[in-house]
Ligand binder design. Sequence first.
Ligand SMILES: *Cc1c(COP(=O)(O)O)cnc(C)c1O
Length: 363
Amino acid sequence: MEKNNEALKSIRQAVRAVPTYPFVPSEVPHKLDQNENPDDFPPALKQKALERMLSYEWNRYPELHADKLRGLIAEYENWDPKGVVLTAGSNLLIKLLLELAGIGQTLISSTPTFPVYSLEALMLDTKLRQVPLNKDFSLPVEELKAEIEAATQAGESGIFYLIQPHAPTGYLDPQAAVQELVEYADERGWIVILDEAYYQYSKTDYRQLVKGHARRLSMRTFSKAWGLAGMRLGYILTSPELAQNVLKLVPAFNISLVTQAVIEEALENDSYMHENVNRAISERDRVLEALQTHPTCKAYHTHTNFFLLRAPDAQSAYVHLLQHGIITRSQDKLPGLEGCLRIGLGNRADNDALLAALASYEG
Ligand SMILES: *Cc1c(COP(=O)(O)O)cnc(C)c1O
């Protein structure tokens, strides 16, 4: 129908063809659908961040590219500040990286993967080459290498993207597999994005694999372990050459004074984040242990703050949990994830509610 709509005829077909981002907000007691941190930023730190904000001049633009905050994050990560780029959430970085090296070129990844990449790629006329994950959710190393080689032989270039630990499966691949793929793609000239949104929960860190390599980058966010999804801050750690080009695409003044004040406070007081992560990990062990004996559902081992549950029927499991005040995210339509729900690990009360609800579900 949209195709014939005269009013929209100047909108690029690639944009019109893409569905709107599939997310419907919902008011329920137990929000386990967005992989958020169940623990809010500590009230005492909120207060201090507010005081910091009061000392700023709100009528002035913030710094062009938040250089002070870039410096603080660089220091925190032990990275050259010239290789750090910040944006209002890493979702925006994904778009910018596709503008940098995707438009008219190619994006190679596994499937399923984080959906933002393919949606943005389609809108930005980027060719997608997606390789199905292995049945156990591990990366199909040989198949991915073959895809990278085939694309390179066909004269294509662009981005090779992988997440560690993986979303939406929570799987953590062996370091050797990740290293092999990163080197293979890099040697063929591809820009390599290592999305590390959940690295604090897996106790992994691929900074060393990125450092000193012009085409590699690690993408990180304050939205998960730091519990600051509402503040919108994502960043990459990369080479100065790559960062300099990404910065050309970053909208000027895109980090607000509010975000700046809160992130400065968080970095100076990071012990709360480590405590949150440790609590999340012990809750994760407890929930997965309890679900081992479920008669009909399988909970997959995870290295993140969420897990996949395979039920006899995804829709009935989703509705059952919703009736018990728990919202989750169905992954049933994704290849290899038939019957699966993605469930965030909440606080103790959320998780108790989840376990009680699942105890009365057989499918
Ligand atoms: C949550 C998440 C992000 C972070 O997105 P923000 O825009 O920074 O909130 C990035 N990558 C993956 C795979 C995620 O799950």
